[in-house]
Ligand binder design. Structure first.
Ligand code: COA
Length: 329
């Protein structure tokens, strides 16, 4: 029996118009443009200002663009998987709202929470449904409105993140290109290095949790930086080894965009030169589940059929992983 393989057949994106620059942040917290650029690589990030719009809106816009590019009718979609840590509501799932917004009436839909690794976890999940023959067309979305959980008085976190979304359509591949395989890891973050403490069932929202600013991200930046640098580089080497890929075989590294120094360390460990690394953190900051599909979108006109892509991410959880994709378009 031949094994089915999923391929990416279209990429869409959504970025809010508003650009929050480092210079504007200088007026909000004790920071400066030079520090942010040299320590993170970020110059500006996009912010969704409209209070009536959130993650579902951005995910739906990205999905619509992908559907149009692939000339796929929304009614053909069997499954919508949406990765996010900033759902519109705790429930129902944001994926259900997107399903309705785009008219994918025949799809079932669910969210997946794996922070900055969310898109890679969702990509593997969507691909598995196609490989098993349980879906023909799957929409995989990474979307986050990080500004909704950022404390703009905390310089350790508010400079890092932005809002945005990316989406891909998965279909069955009819050649040797597509999503070849993935490696995923998890290590429970019992030290609370990267957390949103309140709002869940352990610490439901109260006047006290709001007053204590516990609905915002808190982070031990140094600890996360160390973990992320090791994790992303290790798993990228692991996926190269699993597929017998040398640095020369890798056409593109598609890294999660958390910090330029983490990206450079990963590329160095892999032996991949900087011209083969997708970097757009300078323009968008860390959009959590959005970073990898936003890279694919920005670079899609430079990609050729058969190109070897290594997608790699590390995020809260801790979660991390890498996926080997042979580009199909
Ligand atoms: N502007 C100016 N100074 C700042 C600052 C800011 N925005 N944020 C922190 N600093 C200061 C610190 O207070 C510290 O000062 P001190 O030495 O007087 O105590 C100094 O800069 C160095 O702080 P440190 O935390 O060691 O800096 P860093 O080089 O590790 O960079 C991060 C901080 C947050 C950019 C970095 O740790 C990082 O990117 N971590 C990973 C974050 C991440 O990726 N999270 C998402 C999950 S993937």
């Amino acid at each position: 029996m031949s094994i089915k393989r999923a391929k990416i057949s279209a990429v869409g994106h959504y970025l809010p118009e508003y650009r929050l620059t480092n210079f504007e942040l200088e007026k909000m917290v004790d920071t400066n443009d030079e520090w942010i650029r040299t320590r993170t690589g970020i110059s500006e990030r996009r912010i969704l200002k409209d209070p009536d719009k959130a993650t579902a809106f951005m995910g739906a816009e990205a999905a619509k663009e992908a559907l149009e590019e692939a000339s796929v009718d929304p009614l053909e979609i069997d499954l919508v998987v949406l990765a996010t840590v900033t759902p519109d509501y705790l429930f129902p799932a944001t994926a259900c709202l997107v399903q309705e917004m785009i008219g994918a009436k025949n799809a079932f839909a669910f969210d997946l929470s794996a922070a900055c690794s969310g898109f890679l976890y969702a990509l593997s999940t969507g691909a598995s449904f196609i490989e098993a023959g349980n879906a023909k067309k799957v929409l995989v979305i990474g979307a986050d409105k990080m500004s909704s959980i950022l404390d703009y008085t905390d310089r350790n976190t508010c400079i890092l993140f932005g809002d945005g979304a990316g989406a891909v359509i998965l279909e069955e591949s009819d050649d040797d290109t597509g999503i070849i395989n993935s490696i995923h890891h998890t290590e429970g973050d019992t030290n609370c290095s990267l957390y949103q403490h309140a709002g869940g069932s352990l610490n439901p929202a109260t006047a006290e949790t709001v007053a204590a600013r516990q609905h915002y991200i808190t982070q031990d930046g140094r600890a996360v930086f160390k973990k992320a640098t090791m994790g992303m580089a290790d798993v990228s080497l692991e996926i190269m080894k699993k597929n017998n890929l040398t640095a020369d075989d890798v056409d593109w590294l598609v890294p999660h965009q958390a910090n330029l120094r983490i990206i450079e360390a990963t590329a160095n460990r892999m032996g991949v030169t900087s011209d083969k690394v997708m970097i757009n953190i300078n323009k968008y900051g860390n959009t959590t589940a959005g970073t990898i599909p936003l890279c694919l979108y920005d670079w899609k006109n430079k990609l050729n059929k058969g190109d070897n892509l290594v997608l790699a991410a590390f995020g809260g959880g801790f979660t991390w992983g890498a996926t080997y994709v042979k580009w199909s378009m």
